[in-house]
Design a protein around this ligand. Structure first.
Ligand code: ZN
Ligand code: ZN
Length: 346
């Protein structure tokens, strides 16, 4: 099969022919019909992820059709249209048994713990626990765009922060994660304040439902601006970028007993950012992470897609070919353009 592969971290990946994958006994092989590009793939390529063993094929936001089925798989047949969350639970550890597959102790992550979906085929383990059937109305590119940013934002807003109608939600950073969070929080009935450094992204944030926007380049005091708009601070705040300054602002702009959710990744030099712990104690703030979403929670998300309450297809930027993936991957740190690039030609 054709795959995007790199032999050294930071070295230009190449499209080359490699052996077709075979399914594990509890896994399947999926013919990839669409796969999204993500900043996590860039981090992996740069060597920021300890799980990656070289040589490596990236890609973790995928949708496709089941091509081969392992001998212990009972729920899935060849030809089914499916997607998977980017963290696949093993289905039998303590966390999986408690319903928290997103923090499984033996998690399977295509494109990190194994070869990923920048290829014609990808092997996915623990299929019975993690595969999600696609409704006929959902196209592959949109389905692929859900697997990472959108489900992580869904879990952040709905399951972690438990956003309620009428609450103020501040979203720091209007990339794929932030725009997803704005759309989901708006659908939940919250009032969203979006913060970014570019007017183009803020305009898109308003289109997706943000009721107020703050340009961090023009506003010296982002924390004060959020407090003013929300009349005392946000109930919920999301760092959707993953940077020490957005993380600090997101916690510091909360009202008393507010909830911060860290969704943007903090890797390398940013792994241990300063946070205003004095405020966390004095104001009883709550701090959460969000790390993917369990496959069984896709039901709620899919229902909101089918009824049109959520429209993730609005977040898709360009559809590209597998041959274009190496250049697009290497450019992922530049924050250019609106929307997610999805590979749909192999
Ligand atoms: Zn597990
Ligand atoms: Zn991703």
């Amino acid at each position: 099969m054709k795959a995007v592969i790199f032999e050294q971290f930071g070295q230009t990946p190449r499209v080359q022919s490699v052996a077709d994958p075979a399914p594990a006994a509890t896994g399947v092989v999926i013919k990839v019909e669409a796969t999204g590009l993500c900043r996590s793939d860039w981090h992996g390529w740069m060597g920021h992820d300890a799980d990656i063993v070289l040589p490596h094929v990236p890609g973790h936001e995928l949708a496709g059709t089941v091509q081969a089925v392992g001998k212990h798989v009972t729920q899935w047949k060849i030809g089914r249209r499916v997607t998977v969350p980017f963290v696949g639970g093993c289905g039998h550890c303590f966390e999986c048994n408690s319903g928290n597959h997103q923090v499984c102790e033996n998690q399977f992550q295509p494109g990190f713990t194994a070869w990923g979906s920048f290829a014609e085929y990808v092997a996915v383990d623990f299929a019975d626990t993690n595969l999600v059937a696609l409704p006929e109305t959902l196209d592959f590119a949109t389905a692929a765009s859900l697997g990472c940013r959108f489900v992580t934002s869904f879990r952040a807003i709905v399951d972690q922060a438990k956003v309620k109608p009428g609450e103020w939600v501040a979203v720091h950073g209007c990339g794929g994660v932030g725009l997803s969070a704005i759309m989901i929080a708006t659908a939940m009935g919250a009032n969203v304040v979006a913060i970014d450094l570019t007017e183009e992204k803020l305009a898109f944030a308003r289109e997706l439902g943000a009721v107020a926007t703050i340009n961090g380049c023009e506003t010296q005091d982002v924390i004060g601006a959020v407090r003013e708009i929300t009349k005392g601070g946000a109930h919920v705040s999301i760092d959707a970028l993953g940077h020490p300054s957005t993380c600090f602002n997101s916690i510091a702009n909360l009202r008393r007993r507010g909830r911060h959710v860290q969704v943007g990744l903090m890797l390398g030099d940013h792994a241990h950012p300063p946070i205003p712990m004095d405020k966390v104690i004095a104001h009883e703030l709550e701090i959460y992470g969000s790390h993917g979403m369990q496959a069984f929670r896709y039901k709620a998300l899919m229902d909101m897609l089918e009824t049109g309450k959520l429209q993730p297809q609005k977040l898709i930027g360009k559809e590209i070919a597998l041959d274009d993936a190496p250049a697009a991957l290497m450019a992922m740190d530049r924050f250019e353009g609106l929307g997610i690039n999805v590979i749909t030609r192999f």
